[in-house]
Design a protein around this ligand. Sequence first.
Ligand code: ATP
Ligand code: MG
Length: 150
Amino acid sequence: HVIDNVYFKELLEDFKLSTQRNDLTIDNQVYGSEVMLRIDKFHFNTALLNILENAVKYGKEKTHIVLKTELRNGTYHISIMDNGIGISEKNKQHLFDKFYRVSDGNVHDVKGLGLGLYYTHQIIKAHNGTIIVESELNKGTTFNIKIPVN
Ligand code: ATP
Ligand code: MG
């Protein structure tokens, strides 16, 4: 599948509807040209939705998400930033491991299998891309994805 910036608009609209949270705000800063990306739409959608869902699951009172995309040096950059509970330096190292969940702090009550980010990582790798996480405890988390443009 080939996608453009309309893809992100639809993705965010679907996500917002599915969360049923009216205190959720999303800042959509998607790169606005006719740049095309070759992706497996179903899996790529799910990969990004896992990150967006986590932003709500591990958020604080009012979740704010900033989604940015940019084309730089033949690479498509996607960044998803939240203002949630954050992840400590120690826990960050295991984030993309199968079945990994942070076992301390506010996360205790939140249900999950620890598969979402494992899956996301696999899918990004399958698109020859990379994903890294930046986070500060109690401030928020940013996922940075890079996909080569073909
Ligand atoms: P699943 O996605 O399988 O339902 P999960 O959300 O626990 O379960 P992942 O999405 O893989 O699993 O996330 C792994 C762990 O990383 C989470 O349990 C949570 O502790 C932490 N985490 C993930 N995203 C965030 C985030 N945006 N802010 C804070 N912590 C996060
Ligand atoms: Mg998850």
